[in-house]
Design a protein around this ligand. Structure first.
Ligand code: SAM
Length: 277
C-alpha cells in the first residue's frame, strides 16, 4: 500500500493523466536478457491499473502483475479482461516485500513509479527498499534483468513545473525517494551488478496533460501525481491561491514555461537497470 497516496480513490482517474512512459527503454533493457523477449516471464511489480502490463503483454510470454491496492488491481483486471484464461497473465494482490511467487521464477522485473510509496527510513539506509530488493533478487532467475523507473532528486527538484508551487511537498517526496545513486548501492547489496541509469529528457510523465497549466485547479489532474498528496491542506490552498493569482493576471502559462525550462536538461524519469548475479 502506498504510505501516503489514497489509491482506492485515485484508481478511478489515474489513467487519464498517466500513460505508460519509457516503453522503448524498458524493452531495450529486457532485450539484453539471454532469454529472448518473447519467451520471458515478466513481473510487473506495483502494476497499478495495469497500463505497463497492457502495453507489454504482447512482447513477452507471461506477465505476473502484482499490486497491494485492490482498486488499482481491479482497474488492471478490467483493462486486461480479454487476457483472462489465456495463461499469459497472472494477478496477485500482495506487497512487494512478500511476493507470492516462487524463487527464481521470473526472467525480468519492471517497477514503474512505485518505490517512493514504500514506507522507509533514509537515516537507517532504506530498510524498506532493502527488503523489496531482496525479494526481487529472490524471485529473479540468475542473470535476470530488473528495470526501475523512478525520479532522481534533481528531477524532483527541477523537472516538474508545478512542483514550484509546493516546495515543502518536494522536500517530503525527496525524503521518500531513493536517488538512483542509492538505488545502485542497494541493488549491489541485494546481489545485482552492472547498474545503468538511462534518462530520456523527451519523456514527460503526465504526457500532454502536463502542459495544461489550468490542470492544477482540477483534483483529478492533481491525482495524476502523488506529490500533491504530500502537501498539507494549508500548503495546497496556498499553492492554489498562487496559481489563481497567476491565472488572473495572465501569468500562469509563463510561470509554467519558466519553471519547466530545466526539464530539457534533467528530464523527469530515470530508468535504472541491473542484472542479477
Ligand atoms: C504511482 S502508481 C504506479 C502504477 C504503475 N506501475 C504505473 O506506473 O502505471 C504506484 C502503485 O504502487 C502500488 N504500491 C505501492 N506500494 C506498494 C507495495 N508495498 N506493494 C505493492 N504495491 C505497492 C500502489 O498501490 C500503486 O498502484
Amino acid at each position: 500500500m502506498s504510505s501516503y497516496e489514497n489509491y482506492s480513490k485515485t484508481s478511478a482517474s489515474y489513467d487519464t493523466t498517466r500513460p505508460p512512459q519509457g516503453l522503448d527503454v524498458i524493452r531495450a533493457v529486457l532485450s539484453t536478457n539471454a532469454v529472448p523477449l518473447e519467451a520471458q516471464m515478466l513481473l510487473d511489480a506495483g502494476c497499478g491499473t495495469g497500463q505497463y502490463t497492457a502495453a507489454l503483454i504482447n512482447d513477452v510470454a507471461q506477465i505476473t502483475a502484482i499490486d497491494l491496492n485492490e482498486a488499482m488491481l481491479g482497474a488492471a483486471r478490467e483493462k486486461l479482461h480479454g487476457e483472462a484464461g489465456s495463461g499469459r497473465l497472472v494477478f496477485h494482490q500482495a506487497s512487494l516485500e512478500t511476493l507470492p511467487i516462487d524463487a527464481q521464477s521470473v526472467d525480468a522485473i519492471m517497477v514503474n513509479q512505485v518505490l517512493h510509496h514504500v514506507a522507509d527510513n533514509p537515516e537507517k539506509h532504506w530498510p524498506g527498499h532493502q527488503r523489496v530488493f531482496a525479494e526481487f533478487a529472490r524471485v529473479l532467475k540468475p542473470k535476470g534483468m530488473i528495470v526501475i523507473n523512478s525520479c532522481s532528486h534533481a528531477q524532483l527538484k527541477s523537472g516538474f513545473w508545478f512542483y514550484q508551487l509546493i516546495p515543502d511537498a518536494v522536500e517530503r517526496i525527496c525524503r521518500r525517494t531513493c536517488d538512483p545513486t542509492v538505488i545502485a548501492e542497494l541493488l549491489q547489496g541485494a546481489g545485482f551488478c552492472q547498474t545503468k541509469h538511462t534518462v530520456d529528457t523527451e519523456i514527460v510523465m503526465q504526457d500532454a496533460s502536463y502542459f495544461s497549466a489550468e490542470g492544477v485547479f482540477d483534483a483529478n489532474w492533481r491525482s495524476g501525481d502523488s506529490i500533491w498528496a504530500l502537501a498539507t491542506p494549508n500548503e495546497l490552498e496556498a499553492a492554489l491561491q498562487q496559481a489563481r493569482q497567476l491565472a488572473e493576471t495572465g501569468e500562469l502559462e509563463s510561470f509554467m514555461s519558466q519553471h519547466d525550462a530545466a526539464r530539457g536538461e534533467v528530464g523527469q524519469l530515470t530508468f535504472s537497470s541491473a542484472q542479477k548475479i
